[in-house]
Write a protein that binds this ligand. Structure first.
Ligand SMILES: Nc1ncnc2c1ncn2[C@@H]1O[C@H](COP(=O)(O)OP(=O)(O)O)[C@@H](O)[C@H]1O
Ligand SMILES: [Mg+2]
Length: 248
């Protein structure tokens, strides 16, 4: 149900999505009649406890799983899975070109694009190095650049920074935000970290029920004061915690 030619405002429109892994509606679904959208150039985070269905949503959007019911209207995506690793026997440049190699695309033409992206993000000198020669933060940047090689309008990032230490993580959040602004992309970003979600997003969707049939939604105002951000964080935390408490 991926339909081309979306109206300009919405880059993604999900309506009445129902899903479980057994393809059988008699079992309790993970998602039930879930609807949401993402607008052009909008940055959206999804937060929620482990197992609430965040990765499942992303896999449905990436067509890795098929919905039992409902529609997903989307133009084109670039997907970075939850555990995305570089191939150790390939150089950084070869790793970035992997999506093109797999799709049997024009490697010569795309090599220039890959080098341009590396240059743009100050990583050109690493093109011929191997993953083991890079730090964790560098490797994660390379994985993100590889995701950007797909040219989809909507970036789907499933907890890309969760394995990194706090300083590297903050550094990468800024880097990602700058990259997205200059590339004019939309994004769905999965995270456990409320500060990260507030920093990166225009809107935060909290999974707060099981099965998931709607998100609790928080808009992140631009240029907020420290107090306003703290208040927003508290509200989101309450919403996330509400679900955690129910589980106990
Ligand atoms: N391939 C699969 N087959 C069966 N069940 C799965 C599969 N992947 C995930 N699940 C189950 O679906 C639920 C949602 O998983 P997931 O979307 O990965 O959660 P999250 O990313 O929010 O932690 C969990 O209960 C999980 O155990
Ligand atoms: Mg997950």
């Amino acid at each position: 149900c991926h339909i081309r030619g979306l109206i300009k405002m919405d880059i993604l429109n999900v309506s009445n999505l129902t899903f479980n892994y057994n393809n059988n509606l008699e079992n309790l679904p993970i998602l039930k009649n879930l609807s949401f959208n993402v607008k052009s150039n909008e940055l959206v985070s999804i937060i929620g406890g482990s197992g609430c269905g965040k990765s499942t949503i992303i896999k449905l959007l990436a067509s890795i799983e098929k919905p039992i019911q409902g529609d997903i209207v989307i133009n084109s995506i670039s997907y970075m899975p939850q555990s995305d690793t570089l191939l150790p026997w390939k150089t950084i440049l070869q790793n970035i070109l992997l999506p093109i190699e797999i799709e049997k695309g024009d490697l010569i033409k795309e090599k220039d694009n890959a080098l341009n992206l590396l240059k743009r993000f100050n990583l050109l000198s690493y093109a011929d190095k191997y993953p083991k020669e890079l730090s964790g933060g560098m490797k994660q940047r390379i994985s993100l650049i590889r995701t950007l090689m797909n040219k989809g309008e909507l970036l789907l990032l499933d907890e890309p920074f969760s394995a990194l230490d706090a300083i590297t993580r903050e550094d990468l959040q800024k880097w990602l935000l700058d990259s997205l602004n200059s590339l004019q992309k939309s994004m769905i970003f999965i995270t456990h970290d409320i500060d990260e979600a507030i920093f990166l997003s225009d809107r935060i969707l909290v999974c707060n029920e099981k099965p998931l049939s709607s998100f609790k939604e928080f808009k992140v105002p631009k240029d907020t004061t420290f107090e306003e951000t703290a208040k927003l964080k508290k509200e989101i935390l309450k919403s996330v915690k509400g679900v955690e408490d129910e589980k106990i």
